[in-house]
Design a protein around this ligand. Structure first.
Ligand SMILES: Nc1ncnc2c1ncn2[C@@H]1O[C@H](COP(=O)(O)OP(=O)(O)OP(=O)(O)O)[C@@H](O)[C@H]1O
Ligand SMILES: [Mg+2]
Length: 313
């Protein structure tokens, strides 16, 4: 289990504090999503947890031991898949894998086994002889992942592993990550894709401007933080009219002229009321859904909708 206690990071060159009193707990065996807007501090936090970036103050504990005291063991058992692609474009996939196996000092049967493991987990078998620079975006991400798996890690850090790829490769990578987690690998995963994190992870922390806003099991988080919401998509621009009529009894939110979200604990009764207000309810409603907040709604309610690039303006 990874734990940080009052972890802070100030980059010396800029004087900017990018992690501020971060207290994080990552349970062993979890599939842990770290969500945050651009510049929130996700990559910095990951880099500190894997011992690549020094912290400024606070503690990082791995199974109760200070990271500095067990850095070698942690490096041996940890895989890191960086946000930016990190391999040699001029080399083939096989040569890249061989090179990184060398840097890990892998030899003999263990080397063979680990290479096989990384190649199989990412299904790269048929692409090994191609130059990495000629790979599609999806294959590049798969090679990046394979390199992170070369030491058969028990803990895998993934920094936005599905950026810039098509839905098929995304599904493939997510399936691979889930399979690894089922095999017992603890996964720490940063992403901007809320639906992805909601589907994939069982724990989540949301970080913004270097501060952890919330962390918990996703199901519990959505249950406690979420409100019961009825979402209706109309075939005609009815949202405003219906919202006006419900305003006195319900908290309503108009997404656009066709989509309305209403907070309620009694969706069926409310649907009946809405149907009664529509001249032809069977052809007026396109879609109905009911449930807790999505992770995205929770994220936006915690972090706001302003882009971080506009912070200083
Ligand atoms: N080496 C560095 N030196 C100085 N400042 C840095 C360095 N690396 C990151 N920063 C700054 O620290 C802040 C957090 O950056 P970080 O890359 O950790 O955020 P992030 O959450 O990973 O963002 P993104 O979603 O864009 O990848 C940003 O303001 C960034 O400009
Ligand atoms: Mg980042």
């Amino acid at each position: 289990m990874y734990q940080t206690i009052n972890l802070c990071k100030t980059y010396a060159d800029t004087g900017q504090t990018v992690l501020n009193q971060v207290n994080l707990q990552i349970p062993q065996g979890s599939l842990f999503g770290l969500l945050g807007p651009n510049g929130a501090g996700k990559t910095t936090l990951l880099s500190i947890l894997v011992g690549l970036t020094p912290k400024t103050s606070g503690e990082v504990l791995v199974d109760g031991i200070e990271l500095e005291k067990c850095l070698k063991e942690v490096r041996d058992t940890t895989g890191v898949v960086p946000q930016d692609l990190a391999f040699y474009p001029m080399l083939s996939a096989q040569d890249n894998l061989n090179f990184f196996a060398d840097t890990l000092g892998l030899k003999g049967a263990k080397r063979k086994q680990n290479l096989e493991f990384a190649i199989t987990a990412t299904s790269l078998n048929n692409h090994l002889q191609k130059k990495a620079q000629n790979f599609s975006g999806g294959l590049k991400r798969r090679l990046n992942l394979a390199i992170g798996l070369l030491n058969q890690p028990s803990v895998l850090f993934l920094d936005e592993p599905t950026v810039g790829i098509d839905p098929q490769t995304r599904q493939f990578i997510l399936k691979s990550i889930k399979a690894l987690n089922h095999q017992g690998v603890t996964v720490i995963y940063t992403s901007h894709y809320m639906d992805e994190v909601q589907k994939l992870c069982n724990h989540v922390a949301i970080i913004d401007r270097g501060v952890i806003l919330i962390q918990d099991e996703i199901d519990r988080l959505l249950h406690h933080q979420g409100k019961n919401e009825l979402r209706i998509a109309f075939c005609k621009p009815e949202a405003e009219k219906i919202a006006q009529q419900l305003l006195s009894q319900h908290s309503t939110q108009i997404e656009n002229a066709y989509r309305l979200t209403i907070e309620t604990g009694e969706p069926l009764a409310l649907l009946q009321i809405i149907s009664d207000k529509l001249p032809d309810p069977t052809s007026a409603i396109e879609q109905i859904s009911y449930g807790h907040h999505s992770l995205e709604a929770l994220f936006l309610s915690l972090t706001g909708s302003k882009t971080r690039d506009d912070d200083a303006q």
